[in-house]
Ligand binder design. Sequence first.
Ligand code: MSP
Length: 521
Amino acid sequence: MSRAFYITTPIYYVNDKPHIGHAYTTIACDVLARFKRLDGFKVRFLTGTDEHGQKVAKAAAEKGMTPQALCDQNSQNFRDLAKTLGASNDDFIRTTEPRHVRACQALWEKLTAAGQITLGKYEGWYAVRDEAFYDEGELVTNAAGEKVAPSGAPVEWMVEENYSFPLSQWQDKLLAFYDANPDFIGPKSRFNEVYSFVKGGLQDLSISRTAFSWGIPVPNDPKHVMYVWIDALTNYITALGYPDDTADFQAFWSGPDSFAMHMVGKDIIRFHCVYWPAFLMAANVPVPKRVFAHGWWTVEGQKMSKSLGNAIDPNAMVAKYGLDQIRYFLLREVPFGNDGDFSEAAIAGRINGELANALGNLAQRFLSFIAKNLGGVLPAPGDFTPDDRALLTACDGLLAQCRDAMERQAFHDMIEAVWGVVRDANIYVDKQAPWSLRKTDPARMNTVLWVLAETVRHIAILIQPFMPTSAAKMLDQLAVAPEARTFAHLTPAHALKGGIGLPTPEGVFPRYGEPKAGKGP
Ligand code: MSP
């Protein structure tokens, strides 16, 4: 039976335009989805937009639009962005869709039937920008001397009649759940953060609002709309058919071979790791297997924000540097889980150093040599020397290292492992100098060229999740059939055959900011 992997992005608020932070989460999920598909998993990859709540209603009012019109317009921007980023999502969910309203109301009714929802009066601090409630003790004083949320968002004192969820009663069950599932939250530092937050005691949670109407009506009491986070989190199961026990729901959420994982930014970990599992346990629905929280990008050391006007437009970055280059940069530049600073100088440095020089030249040099001197026919190898064997063994060991890195969502570790072999291969070329063997020892030259081709085959197959278009071009140049590009083909049994004709090579990774070098052997 095939193992199933479900990966979700957070659903993006439609009050604003997409920026590089949103692109980052989507690309990370896409790389995981592609990796798992190539590794033989059945994959479902979901993204979408979060359209209800006070923040969106306010943004629409400020623009003189109806909330629905604003949602339609801005949801499309996120859909377009997913496409521009090459995201291989299987579905795109909008929380204003009927399938989602139905799922939320069904979950609500389950919670009500389980005695988990009561009507009462709520008083407390609320930050519309975060759509979050805060305890007095969590508030901080900003530079202007105002009391604000830890995120810096303004807070207001809210008094409303609300439905409430008894989160405080879930403290022990959540702690027991974390204890039993130490991999539920990654990275480890976030696990510890969530654990101590829950250990510190939980307040009951208000889960409906009456001050505005842009939301999903509470069943049997439509003057209330659902709190936008209970609405938003439910999207993950809506998309699998909840409340129906569909084949998708079983395959990706509840079944024994399912592995459901949410990728989120560090700012929304409490919703995903505390509220969401509590809601699910209370409704007797299985909880997901893992939540990974990545860090935040700053720009030239500053927080990206609308007021500073420094938000980076991912569309512009892709147009300027190339899609694969941006995908690579975002996941290479910063260990996944840490914060990072976005700098265009760093992008150019990586494109030229790691893509054009290290990998691009490695492939280009021996492929043009074969085209020019061997009539474009890949030679067959002779006996291997210890140097040949060392490089081929390094290739054979890569998949295990990559899997290990990706189990931890350590994209940077996977890239480093692959580039370790790129480095080894470049050292090998310099040492073996196949170009000078043409006259002196053509048999040895053949072996070296074949070892290089086989090494690049491994590298290109493995980097497909990160740089699908460039990897495909490299594999085309090695005449690897489209159906022979999965991780199951990373074995000596599928090695390149000597004697095959190779197409005319073309550079795959252009240098940035300099005229084309046109380097050959
Ligand atoms: N709508 C909620 C999520 C609901 S999921 C059930 C939301 N939306 S958001 O549009 O504000 O943020 C979406 C994601 O973008 C979050 O994971 C957030 O961490 C991420 N980022 C927003 N700004 C970011 C950076 N500057 N850097 C990296 N990621 C950032 O929250």
